[in-house]
Design a protein around this ligand. Sequence first.
Ligand SMILES: Nc1ncnc2c1ncn2[C@@H]1O[C@H](COP(=O)(O)OP(=O)(O)OP(=O)(O)O)[C@@H](O)[C@H]1O
Ligand SMILES: [Mg+2]
Length: 293
Amino acid sequence: MSLPEIPVVSASSKVPAPSGVPAPSPAPAPVPPEAGPVLAAYHLSVWYGTSLALKDVTIEIPRNQITALIGPSGCGKSTLLRCFNRMNDLIPGARTEGVILCDGKEITSPDTDPVALRRRIGMVFQKPNPFPKSIHENVAWGARINGYRGNMDDLVERSLRRAALWDEVKDKLHRSGMDLSGGQQQRLCIARTLAVEPEVILMDEPCSALDPISTARVEDLMDDLKSEYTIVIVTHNMQQARRVSDMTACLMLDEDSRDKNRIGVIAEFSSTDLLFTNPKDPRTEAYITGRIG
Ligand SMILES: Nc1ncnc2c1ncn2[C@@H]1O[C@H](COP(=O)(O)OP(=O)(O)OP(=O)(O)O)[C@@H](O)[C@H]1O
Ligand SMILES: [Mg+2]
């Protein structure tokens, strides 16, 4: 299958040539991978067995920004998120069609090692899932199995600081991670993800089990992290999508399919401001105003 072209505006194409002066014809500059989206899916469809869950999704995830995925239950938000680090590979019967790129490279190709991919594209889940091990070991574990050779205590401290948890746990690093509060456990899971130094963090409803104070802490943390990481967050909380994200994709269930199954599609993808203030698709408007979903 041929790959779609990613449009790139070069610096020279933004500067108009003075009138009367023939424009020079510069040699095309090579496009560095960091100029394009960090993640992209083109014409992506996902099946679970014979059931089509997500149809013909095209989306480009911009680097160092927060992209929110919103939409009603069952429209395929988690499915799409899991495609980006091939977590769907772990689900028996799951199958994808289409192109998924990370830094311009196709991630579904047999050359891509899914374990190495998941190191670059970490994931934080809805329910905090610390291991029944110490706080220190929760953070160190992923780095250790990836062969980290640096000073582990420093890495643990740095990751916990980045996850805004250090001050709360620095005196009890050898206590179980399971003894922390839900909000602390979620930040511990974020620290664990950061410790393997990913490029992208996928978050599937990371605050849905948290109280408003813990939610605010995680949201502040996301804002801090985006200078170094790209974040994709699934959320049912529209206020949260508006508060934290730069871009928003609204997924919907396509009601018009012939086989009567309801299939997830992207109704609209645009800047968060635009999507919430001036939605182009009536389904997006109905969803964000609470009329459907
Ligand atoms: N492991 C699975 N096996 C079979 N079908 C699945 C599996 N996971 C998801 N599905 C189906 O795929 C569709 C999309 O599910 P998905 O979990 O991606 O939706 P979602 O938008 O994340 O929903 P929610 O907001 O409830 O979390 C649903 O019809 C769901 O039943
Ligand atoms: Mg989900």
